[in-house]
Design a protein around this ligand. Structure first.
Ligand SMILES: O=C(O)[C@@H](CO)OP(=O)(O)O
Length: 253
């Protein structure tokens, strides 16, 4: 017997960014969308328009997610919707790898090591030095965040740990109160959410990638347990995009 879900939660990873295009580790670096990324955001809006209604939007402090939000909301003619930004939805902090080319990093350190840094559950990449001017404590975006909470690197595990309080205190109560929610965030902050929602094991989440700019719908019951999930769009195209993310750090590029 199939029953109507209590809600449909929609997740979107931001469209392609300039550093996705250059194949660099990005993390908390605040890079912009490129033209392809804007097109992907428009296509996401097209897929949602007239079929999904939202009451509340959540996004990160990073402009690639914020601009994707703007484009999607403009595309669905819902620019008036409330948008809450939070650093807790930021991408996983990539530590000292931020800015490095993924393929060159594999040539230097080996594909296995880079795979561990990219996809192991609890092994973080090397940290940024405290004195490094790229450290989030020097960025005005985070001036109201307790400096003790600001990372100098993160594993997926510590990304889950910083995201979950926001889910539990803010997003989950909003959904439970009957509101339809859209979350526009990042590859690894969304992997953190999906791991939590689907209760995916630490070994299994390492093989899971999320493509840029494709709406991912989670049908949830009233306890916010997933009934099913699916991407909106062409299955083959989405599979190819997921595969491309998985292979980004190949040493052969
Ligand atoms: O560089 C990053 O911040 C992320 C997302 O683009 O990369 P990866 O998929 O390698 O975790």
């Amino acid at each position: 017997m199939s029953s109507e879900p209590f809600t449909k939660l929609v997740l979107i990873r931001h469209g392609e960014s300039t550093w996705n295009e250059e194949n660099r580790f990005t993390g908390w670096t605040d890079v912009d969308l490129n033209e392809k990324g804007k097109k992907e955001a428009n296509a996401a809006a097209e897929a949602l328009k007239g079929k999904y209604e939202f009451d509340q939007v959540y996004t990160s402090y990073l402009k690639r997610a914020i601009k994707t939000t703007w484009i999607v909301l403009e595309g669905i003619d819902r620019m008036w919707l409330p948008v809450e930004r939070t650093w807790r939805l930021n991408e996983r902090h990539y530590g000292a790898l931020q800015g490095l080319n993924k393929s060159e990093t594999s040539q230097k350190h080996g594909e296995e090591q880079v795979k561990v840094w990219r996809r192991s559950y609890d092994i973080p990449p090397p940290s940024l030095e405290d004195s490094d001017e790229r450290h989030p404590k020097y960025d005005p975006k985070y001036k109201d965040v307790d400096p003790a909470l600001l990372p100098s690197t993160e594993s997926l595990k510590t990304t889950v740990d910083r995201f979950l309080p926001y889910w539990n205190d803010t997003i989950a109560p909003k959904i439970k109160s009957g509101k339809n929610v859209l979350i526009v965030a990042h590859g690894n902050s969304l992997r953190a959410l999906v791991k939590y929602l689907d209760n995916i094991g630490e070994d299994v989440i390492t093989g899971m990638d999320i493509p840029t700019g494709v709406p991912l719908v989670y049908e949830l019951d009233k306890d916010l347990k997933p009934i099913k999930h699916y991407y909106l769009g062409d299955e083959k195209e989405i599979a190819a995009k997921i595969n491309a993310v998985a292979n980004q750090a190949s040493a052969k590029k």
